[in-house]
Ligand binder design. Structure first.
Ligand code: ADP
Ligand code: MG
Length: 254
């Protein structure tokens, strides 16, 4: 179980994440939703340890993640929203580098890397520099890198962005399968349809604050709203998007 307790991050006095508390359980997919700038990526980076919270604590499997950061990192798989990929490397070179950094044994790493490249249909491009990969191909490499050491906690920051339909379908069932195998899966997305289909539990963030933390079924009943999109619009979208879209079209017609 992953537990965040009053996690706060301030930049120049501004609260980007404000006392964020929630629990993500093994065996279920937790969706982390919120409009752009609401603090999703910041929270994810705090969970990975890439940035330090201003205050608050993170627990995984009952232990503070600060107790033994090295051990915690071995349990973690993370797909960042804006990855820094060494694009001059080929897909296979990158994965081998990640495996070495993780201290994986050569035999296991080789077997898993080759298997992942085949399953993600990247095998024939494995020696090509990633600079010529499509967004979807890069995403599959990042997923492979995040999963190859069989982590218990999987953080996916907007993993569907830029994926074609085929890759999205694979990723969706992959997320479900990982949860079924008892992993804690937290993924942020604005793909409401996807979230609605695969998440047992959703957390909605608005301006750095948790405004909803419940099952989708409960949220629907509570708010008398039929779809997640309606719930999301009510809780987290302040702009009148119909008016805004009219203004955009008016503007280009003027
Ligand atoms: P989301 O992932 O939900 O779109 P982010 O966590 O990326 O949101 O960002 C939340 C807010 O924090 C944004 O307003 C963003 O501009 C701000 N922010 C993020 N990182 C920094 C930083 N390093 N310094 C200052 N402000 C930041
Ligand atoms: Mg983000």
């Amino acid at each position: 179980m992953l537990e965040l307790r009053n996690l706060t991050k301030t930049y120049s006095g501004l609260h980007v994440a404000s006392s964020v508390s929630f629990v993500a359980r093994p065996g279920e997919v937790t969706g982390y939703l919120g409009p752009n700038g609401s603090g999703k990526s910041t929270t994810m980076k705090m969970i990975t340890g890439l940035i330090q919270p201003s205050s608050g604590q993170i627990f995984f499997e009952g232990k503070s993640t600060n107790d033994d950061p090295m051990a915690y990192r071995q349990l973690l798989g993370y797909v960042p929203e804006e990855p820094y990929l060494y694009t001059h490397l080929s897909g296979i070179e990158y994965l081998v580098m990640v495996a070495q950094l993780r201290g994986m044994s050569r035999a296991i790493a080789t077997e898993r890397i080759h298997g992942l490249l085949r399953l993600f249909e990247l095998y024939s491009d494995r020696h090509v520099a990633m600079s010529s990969y499509s967004k979807g191909m890069r995403q599959k490499i990042l997923l492979s890198a995040a999963l190859m050491h069989n982590p218990s906690l999987i953080l996916l920051d907007e993993p569907f962005s830029g994926l074609d339909i085929g890759s999205s379908l694979i990723l969706r069932s992959l997320i479900e399968e990982l949860a079924r195998r008892g992993k804690v899966v937290l993924f942020s997305s604005h793909e409401l349809e996807t979230v609605e289909r695969i998440c047992e539990h959703i957390i909605i963030l608005h301006r750095g604050k948790v405004v909803a933390d419940d099952s989708i079924a409960n949220l629907r009943t509570l708010m008398h709203l039929p779809s997640l999109e309606d719930i999301f619009a009510q809780l987290a979208i302040e702009r009148d998007y119909i008016a805004v879209s009219r203004q955009i079209v008016d503007l280009i017609h003027a």
